[in-house]
Design a protein around this ligand. Structure first.
Ligand code: PFF
Length: 456
């Protein structure tokens, strides 16, 4: 069967762009970026983060999309096909499987957190946070986490919506969903930034995000920034490689990659500019950690005029952002399965989604019944890690950077120069040479160093 014949293609470059930006923009931007920046000293972290995106992540993203489009299939079959074309060992197929497995594993716990955002849409809309204090807000959050039944149901609802979109296919499902959700997400975000600019301490937030105190940059900050950059731009696993397989040939991969990374970074910074002015205006703690948007922000929503509306809008934004990412996490598995003797998309999506939901229950229980269960507790590094922590660690700190490094090696060293030039539609000029230098030397070395530090 001809390569790519199992799959539909995007109807336009704009559709692909929306889908890829939708994959990149997610909980990583709105939930994680602000709190990680808050914990790691503000402007210094932002600077290191942007450097990682430009020097390490964009070159790998270009490599990932190029492999995806040239292979034209799911990551596993694309890697197998390219290894053959380029006369490389057939075990490179494993890199594709690694991507599929990483995406699946991330989906299992991503959906649990996304479920919190659905729960918070309801909670905020009901007015539960009106005039609440810090203790009350924490009680609501802790109450949600302590209840496996409701966590499991919200996780199930979110997974169900993801499955519905993916089951409808590339054009009717993925494309339609992102065409509605991504522009809405931008509008909501801009409304929230506008509100924060008028009602919050915007100048302080701006200084917090952009004033760089170089003394705060150390190895640990760099380590966290690299991990966050990979996760946030969705690079290093099968998601964007799969989206690349549906990409028409006349689209410029280097340009698209820069736009995707720039849009992702812009949204992360805008999320910071929506959240921190409110945090400062209400005397809350910017370094609060993972609870920043679920515990801290609702206190502000409860006090501000129109807070029920603004708060509900905020959690709708979070849920939309999560959904356009979760569909890209389910798609790699589905795309591999439909290549299997032409299995049908709907039953395959249902099976994969239900399996991800079941595995995700391990993360659900990590917040309550299994809170003290640390499966790898005998190893000092994993001493306090629950099932959720372990999956997050495995996917974000190991599989994503490892996948990224292998993609860089394959695209930079093992593919013939002619193939990469041809697929990127470039001549052997400055743009190509800068990319090739970064993807051969800078990206793999940077990731290698991160691993060494991580293990040390
Ligand atoms: N980039 C998404 C976020 O920032 O939330 C998460 C993600 C999606 C990571 C898809 C990896 C991926 F393949």
């Amino acid at each position: 069967m001809q390569r790519g014949s199992h799959h539909e293609a995007w109807s336009s470059r704009f559709a692909f762009l929306l889908a890829a930006v939708g994959s990149a923009v997610g909980l990583g931007n709105i939930w994680k970026f602000p709190y990680v920046t808050g914990v790691n000293g503000g402007g210094a972290f932002v600077l290191v983060y942007v450097a990682c995106v430009i020097l390490v992540v964009i070159p790998i993203l270009i490599g990932e999309l190029l492999i995806g489009r040239r292979g034209g299939e799911s990551p596993a079959n694309s890697m197998a096909a390219l290894a053959k074309d380029e006369n490389r060992h057939s075990s490179w197929e494993i890199l594709g499987w690694l991507g599929i497995i990483a995406a699946f594993l991330i989906l299992t716990f991503y959906s649990v957190i996304a479920g919190w955002s659905l729960a918070y849409v309801l909670e905020t809309a009901k007015g539960s946070f009106e005039n609440i204090d810090a203790t009350g807000s924490r009680e609501i959050f802790d109450g949600l986490l302590a209840d496996p039944l409701s966590l499991g149901l919200w996780h199930g609802l979110f997974m169900g919506i993801t499955m519905f979109v993916v089951s409808r296919g590339v054009k009717k499902g993925l494309e339609r969903a992102v065409t509605v959700m991504l522009p809405s997400l931008f509008v909501i975000l801009l409304v929230l930034v506008g509100y924060a600019a008028i009602a919050g301490e915007f100048k302080r937030a701006f200084d917090f995000l952009f004033t760089t105190d170089f003394s705060k940059i150390d190895a640990n900050v760099i380590l966290i920034a690299v991990g966050q950059a990979f996760f946030s731009v969705s690079v290093g696993i099968g998601a964007l490689m799969t989206y690349g397989a549906y990409l028409p040939r006349d689209v410029s991969i280097p340009k698209m990659s820069c736009v995707i990374a720039a849009a992702d970074t812009l949204v992360a910074v805008l999320a910071g500019l929506a959240i921190f002015p409110i945090v400062f205006a209400y005397g809350l703690e910017p370094g609060e950690g993972p609870g920043l948007i679920f515990v801290t922000l609702p206190i502000a929503f409860g006090q501000m005029p129109g807070g029920t509306f603004i708060g509900t809008l905020f959690f709708v934004l979070l849920a939309f952002a999560a959904l356009t990412s979760s569909i890209s996490l389910l798609e790699p598995t589905v795309s591999r399965l439909v290549e299997q003797r032409d299995w049908k998309r709907v039953p395959v999506t249902i099976c994969a989604g239900v399996a991800a939901w079941l595995v995700g229950l391990g993360s659900v229980f990590s917040f309550n019944n299994w809170a003290d269960f640390t499966p790898l507790g005998i190893f000092p590094t994993f001493a306090n890690k629950t099932v959720f922590d372990l999956l997050d660690y495995l996917a974000t700190n190991i599989l994503l950077p490892l996948g990224g490094m292998l993609i860089a090696i394959f695209a930079g060293w093992l593919m013939a120069k002619k193939s990469t030039l041809d697929e990127l539609g470039l001549t052997d000029g400055p743009v190509y040479r800068v990319w090739r230098f970064l993807v051969r030397f800078v990206s793999p070395v940077a990731v290698g160093l991160v691993f060494l530090f991580n293990l040390a």
